[in-house]
Design a binder for this molecule. Structure first.
Ligand code: GSH
Length: 201
């Protein structure tokens, strides 16, 4: 049985959506970030994932995967019928998108979670992130999903970052991205994942 280690409203939302897209049999264990990284199960999260951050995915055979982009690809490959990731050579394009989302959007937004980040610093970051979001919007102008006609794990990860852009960075999405976000929010997997975390889109 797979176990997803998660924190509400964070990037663990992307594997949570993917687990539902792939109709996986899985369980979850919530990390209490304010209480020494204890898990709701009572276990010590650092003993499972010494990196201390989420997401992590225990595979049930003693292995634990970390790093969102890797977990997403593991899940996609475990359920090929769900078509959540293409094979080679298109896989490279998917990986380009996953790394773009991870580094240029997801982690670029991290300082917005820090109350000590100055307004000047936020403004510089905001300008850079706005450019990256404009690139994503332009790409989506000619296709419904990041990889084309098919929803993939890149869209699950993009949904989390676009949610964070609005809720954490307090951005207003441009019309193209707002339409993409609204379309993703209507997918049963996304709606279920949000409901589980008691979150609004
Ligand atoms: N490199 C990691 C970063 C994951 C990450 O930033 N997780 C955040 C939530 S979105 C977290 O757990 N932060 C708490 C911490 O760093 O202690 C990945 O791509 O999965």
């Amino acid at each position: 049985m797979l176990t997803l280690y998660w924190v509400p409203g964070t990037c663990s939302l992307a594997p949570s959506i993917t687990l539902r897209e792939g109709a996986f049999d899985f369980t979850t264990d919530r990390v209490d970030v304010r209480n020494g990284k204890k898990l709701e199960s009572g276990k010590d999260y650092l003993a499972i994932n010494p990196k201390g951050y989420v997401p992590a995915l225990a595979l049930g055979d003693g292995r634990v995967l970390t790093e969102c982009a890797v977990i997403l690809q593991y899940l996609a490959d475990a359920k090929p019928a769900a078509k959540l990731a293409p094979g080679s050579p298109e896989r490279l394009e998917l990986q380009e998108w996953l790394l773009f989302i991870a580094t240029e959007l997801h982690k670029a937004m991290s300082p917005f979670y820090q109350p000590t980040a100055t307004e000047d610093f936020r403004a510089v970051l905001r300008g850079r992130i706005d450019g990256r979001l404009a690139y994503l919007e332009k790409h989506l102008a000619t296709r419904p999903f990041i990889m084309g006609e098919q929803f993939t794990v890149a869209d699950a990860y993009a949904f989390y970052t676009l949610r964070a852009a609005q809720k954490v960075m307090k951005a207003t999405l441009s019309p193209g991205l707002a339409a993409y976000y609204a379309k993703l929010a209507q997918r049963p997997s996304v709606a279920e994942a949000l409901k589980f975390e008691q979150l609004e889109a």
